[in-house]
Design a protein around this ligand. Structure first.
Ligand SMILES: [Zn+2]
Ligand SMILES: [Zn+2]
Length: 267
């Protein structure tokens, strides 16, 4: 069964599909299970943007309604993508623990108050420095925060870097990447394979093959796949290649979640 565990609806400021549009399109694409993972990213540095679900109860109710409506056609999970920053971890934990989520992705979208989506982040840094700062921040944050199931799109800086992608760049700072993987495994956390990376000139998921393979070699067992779709045409995007890489890395199943409890789905 194909499952897409990273979807943004209009409950995210950058989402362009309704919950129901996403469900209908997933069914048309032959996807068996999806998780909505709208943003809860507190204290966003740009005051004009709010990456936060304005009414979480309404979000959960709407997903519940679609679950009932499409029962037998599509399994629908209630997830969130929380953004980690040092100053928001306690408040984020409260949100995660106060609502009945099935699945939680934790991602780093803001590094030391800077947004790697913007060019300023890369100013005055070598390519390696732009990655190192992001990986160091990620490592620190996952040592402090544990209210999540998988780490989102590891290697995110690549997505918006203005510097042209070079072969092997995905493995820069591999020492830090290994530390991140070991910490995740020790804490019983997984990684997601984010196939939006196939839209980028690197033409590989985040994280890339060697990193997924290393996670497996180190003993990691929890892995999800997600398109990070913000509009209907991207649901399930890049899954054929993504699943191939997951298998090549030594996995014969991926992970689904129900009320934060994991289950293996053979691939
Ligand atoms: Zn994200
Ligand atoms: Zn996302």
């Amino acid at each position: 069964m194909i499952i897409d565990y990273h979807l943004h609806s209009k409950y995210s400021v950058d989402g362009r599909m309704s919950i129901e549009e996403a469900c209908k399109n997933a069914i048309m694409e032959g996807i068996g299970e999806i998780a909505f993972t709208d943003h809860i990213d507190l204290d966003w540095p740009d005051p004009d943007l709010t990456f936060n679900i304005s009414d979480i109860d309404q979000y959960i109710n709407e997903i519940d309604e679609m679950r009932r409506k499409y029962r037998g056609q599509l399994i629908i999970k209630t997830g969130i993508e929380v953004g980690m920053q040092p100053q928001v971890l306690d408040e984020t934990s409260d949100i995660v623990n106060n609502y009945p989520f099935d699945f939680v992705i934790a991602s780093v979208h803001i590094v030391k108050g800077m947004d790697p989506y913007r060019r300023e982040y890369y100013k005055g840094k070598t390519k390696e420095e732009s990655y190192r700062l992001y990986y160091e921040e990620t490592l620190e944050l996952i040592n402090e925060f544990s209210d999540f199931d998988v780490l989102g799109h590891l290697g995110y800086v690549r997505r918006y870097s203005p510097l042209p992608y070079e072969q092997g760049e995905d493995l820069l700072c591999f020492d830090l990447i290994e530390e991140i993987l070991k910490t995740l495994i020790e804490n019983g956390k997984g990684i997601e394979v984010n196939t939006s990376g196939y839209k980028h000139s690197s033409n590989c998921p985040m994280p890339s093959f060697k990193i997924i393979e290393r996670y497996r070699e180190l003993g990691g067992t929890i892995i999800t796949i997600g398109s990070d779709a913000h509009s209907v045409e991207d649901i399930g995007f890049g899954f054929e290649a993504g699943l191939e890489i997951i298998k090549k890395s030594g996995f014969d199943s991926i992970t689904s979640f129900n009320s934060r409890m994991q289950r293996s789905i053979p691939i």
